[in-house]
Design a protein around this ligand. Sequence first.
Ligand SMILES: NC(=O)N[C@H]1NC(=O)NC1=O
Ligand SMILES: [Zn+2]
Ligand SMILES: [Zn+2]
Length: 444
Amino acid sequence: MSEFDLVIKNGIIVNEEKLSKADVLIKDGKIVDIGLHIKETKAKQIIDAEGLYLFPGIIDSHVHFNEPGRSEWEGLETGSKSLAAGGATLFFDMPLNSHPPTTSEQAFHLKNGLAKEKSVIDYRLWGGVVPGNLDELEKLLQCGVIGFKAFMSNSGIDDFQSADDRTLLQAMKKIAELHSILAVHAESDTITEFLGKEINRESDHIALAFSNARPIFSEIEAVQRIIAYAEATKCRLHIVHISSADVLEPILAAKRRGLDISVETCPHYLSLTMDDLEKLGAAAKCAPPLRSKQEVDNLWEAIRKGEIDVIGSDHSPSLPSMKMGNLLEAWGGISGCQTTLSVLLEEGYWQRGIPLEMISKITSTNPARRFGLYPNKGSILKGYDADIAIVDVNEKFILKKEDLYYKNKISPYIGKTYRGRVKATISRGELIYSHFSDSNKMTT
Ligand SMILES: NC(=O)N[C@H]1NC(=O)NC1=O
Ligand SMILES: [Zn+2]
Ligand SMILES: [Zn+2]
């Protein structure tokens, strides 16, 4: 009889294809067995997950943790703890909003050293594509970046310039040669800059004016252009944070033509609207902007059909002072890395009947597959890393500011009611977050 480090009994495992009730046996950070009625188990720690669901740890492929350089906005410790409290066990940190941005080998080593020291969960770093850093891309890949990220419109950060068309083409050719992938923020710089200047700053409906100045067709134009560049260079593509199912049309058509392209949306586009922006102000400001209720519903229907590959939080925090004053000048970016699963369970599972298996697939299995970490990450299977979120899908709670682990506790979700709460998170076999009030659930 071997001794395990941790045994999770009686939970319902949520993998991409099916739900199954079983015990999960963990040793040395790995899932060593999964089965029913495994009786003779000796373990250092046992969790009774009766009535609870076991999701593969969330893989958040899109966060901005600001460290080094702007760690008063968010840090690698606070950011990763927030993720852990939301059931995430792996994140990919974007190259911008930290300083220096991750656009060189040197900057990579700086951030990587800090992440190694401070993150409570697994992580990978994105490398940046900016005008003039073509020669750094190969070195960044050798350092271990998960892929590359470029902005097609103004990033809001002076030290991370948007990539012009020539830069994009040259970088994509290089990234294709390196067999890596380019993630793009796809909004047209020309259109957003032009319409941005036309905004009536005195408008009584400033949220609508802001949203209209960054319209869906500006996303579509950028997506069509980057797809054409992917045809020209054979570069693999990942389109981040689409705000509307209309943006999917060129992406799905490109997939049908055989292009290697994937697409992300975020919890805020799946739960909030322009009305929330009007009411909440800058806490709900992001780019692309929030849209209408119809767009939210359409994105959910796309998820139901399997047309959205991954969910990323695009956690993009700032100082509170940057969220004050005029909405048009405020920081564009929503803090949401802790709340992804609760938002998806409430809006998707409870309100729209989206299967739990689909939520597991787009938050974990698909990102693991898309970014080359499968097998090993992204499912609860024998031999995989023991990365697990234990979730009570029935628990109803009101999100309080004090619940948040963010450095700056700003969130458009505060005060809203959710059904679905992360009770514990296990990262490589270690219990790194626990919200069990019932001490009977855990024995050591
Ligand atoms: N710089 C930055 O993080 N920008 C992000 N914020 C946002 O709302 N959209 C973005 O791309
Ligand atoms: Zn973006
Ligand atoms: Zn982002």
